[in-house]
Design a protein around this ligand. Structure first.
Ligand code: FES
Length: 97
């Protein structure tokens, strides 16, 4: 199973997730906070997560995600966690952890 790790290991412990789980769902399932005001509907753009390592272990960006990033001026180092499936090991970070 894929492992989600954190840039700042002191913030949260690494954990395993079932392949194909949305990143946001995986994090919330571990009681790790994810910013959101649309509850994963792909509208608010607040759920961005910085991918430190493992970009290729995530699902490809959908047009909805690309549009969200462009609209909110979010660079490609971030993924919209509600729209992104975890397919392999990744290391992640946010400004608020
Ligand atoms: S939670 Fe709103 S866009 Fe992801």
């Amino acid at each position: 199973m894929p492992i989600i790790s954190f840039k700042k290991p002191s913030s949260h412990k690494s954990f395993e997730v079932i392949k194909g789980t949305p990143l946001m769902k995986a994090l919330l399932g571990q009681n790790i906070p994810v910013a959101s005001s649309c509850h994963g509907e792909g509208v608010c753009g607040k759920c961005k997560i910085r991918i430190i390592d493992g970009h290729s272990n995530l699902s490809l960006e959908t047009q909805l995600e690309i549009d969200l990033r462009n609209k909110n001026k979010i660079t490609s180092e971030f993924r919209m966690s509600c729209q992104t499936l975890v397919l392999g090991d990744i290391t992640i970070d946010t400004d608020y952890w």
